[in-house]
Design a protein around this ligand. Structure first.
Ligand code: SF4
Length: 372
């Protein structure tokens, strides 16, 4: 795992992650998310405006498709490994919904049930139950539009399974290990399936596509882009674009609020607002050692997990976020105010999420799942 820390591999299945985003961008040849690109996207969402989205591959092609009203797709997957989501997953959904709404992308939401069997030891039945009862409703509750989305289960989609089999003959173990590091048979199945998912919409229509992900998922994008080159004469796929957001930090200040982080340091969906409030009050802030010092020197919002919650999740209005930043820097604001406010906003968000879940569960019963 030392290699992961050195930034040589990012591990889509692990919880050890690269600590230096800039080095990762350089090492893997990612493109920074620049102001020019931001300006090329209509009505960018808050993650884009605030550079929580920090790099991409090939997103200019998608910006062009949006501008010229050409077809493109957006795709994301659900891994039904736990019966909760952690807060960070919401950012993938926010970016997915952006391309669905603003760009009118053809949208695909898949359930990675075969991957859950291969890498998490679930049965297909259990993966399906969790997806139908919790994950799909949660994605709808967080902004996915069911009327504009095609849904499928990996295990039922014959085109995806055939594509995966085809891809298995197009790459060697050494090449897979160069991308992923050490592999198990289950991870090989999952990686090839992910590549098949990413390119599957182009089996219907050749068009550019974008995959919103956390940076730890980049190996799947690299494999898919490699396979595009290797199967050029057979399929003629266009290289998929990707867009990467920073992680929501753990409440202890650790890099990622992952599923494996201990309970007090993460916020899950759904979660009791009282419990969240207790956690937020213990969260790492950029506050000073004493009130007098904070008033004199100001706080450090750049190091503050509570400010990061405002920035990534809780505050839509940029002017309000700027105001909190300035008040913190000047010492006009103290951490207790922020913690109280963050707890209130989080409680509102959880309440709204739970209400939308009820609605979404009834919608799921009417969904149709694509099988080829
Ligand atoms: Fe963070 Fe608010 Fe404290 Fe500033 S005042 S360090 S933004 S909690």
């Amino acid at each position: 795992m030392a290699d992961v820390r050195r930034g040589l591999f990012v591990d889509p299945w692990g919880s050890e992650l690269p600590e230096d985003y800039v080095r990762i961008v350089q090492h893997f040849g990612l493109e920074p998310f620049t102001d020019d690109l931001l300006a090329a996207l209509p009505r960018p969402n808050k993650l884009m405006r605030r550079k929580v989205v920090f790099c991409h591959r090939g997103l200019w092609a998608i910006a062009k498709a949006i501008r010229e009203r050409e077809p493109f797709y957006v795709l994301t997957g659900i891994m039904p490994s736990a019966e909760k989501l952690h807060l960070g997953t919401r950012m993938v959904i926010e970016n997915f919904a952006y391309f669905q709404d603003v760009g009118a992308a053809e949208a695909y939401l898949l359930v990675a049930d075969v991957e859950a069997v291969a890498t998490r030891g679930l049965t297909l039945q259990e993966a399906r139950r969790r997806a139908l009862e919790f994950h799909i409703p949660a994605y709808l509750a967080l902004g996915v539009d069911p009327d504009k989305t095609r849904f499928y289960f990996q295990s039922e989609n014959k085109t995806v399974l055939k594509l995966m089999a085809r891809f298995s003959g197009k790459v060697t173990m050494a090449e897979m290990e160069a991308i992923y590091g050490s592999l198990t048979p289950g991870k090989i199945v999952a990686a090839l399936l992910d590549a098949a998912d990413i390119l599957y919409p182009q089996m219907r229509t050749r068009m550019p596509g974008v995959i919103p992900v956390g940076i730890d998922q980049d190996p799947h994008i690299r494999l898919a882009r490699d396979l595009v080159k290797r199967t050029k004469s057979e399929f003629g796929f266009l290289a998929p674009a990707s867009i990467y957001h920073k992680f929501t930090p753990g409440l202890d200040g650790s890099l990622k609020m992952s599923k494996s982080l201990p309970g007090p340091y993460k916020i899950e969906l759904p979660e009791d607002p009282k419990g969240i409030e207790r956690k937020i009050w213990k969260a790492l802030t950029g506050g000073r050692g004493s009130l007098a010092e904070q008033r004199a020197k100001g706080g450090e919002p750049e190091r503050c997990v509570v400010f990061e919650l405002f920035k990534q999740h809780l505050i839509e209005d940029d002017r309000e976020l700027d105001r909190i930043y300035e008040e913190c820097r000047s010492g006009a604001r103290i951490c207790g105010e922020c913690k109280t406010y963050a707890s209130e906003l989080m409680a509102e968000f959880m309440e709204a999420f739970q209400a939308r879940m009820e609605e979404a569960r009834s919608l799921v019963r009417e969904l149709e799942f694509v099988t080829e």
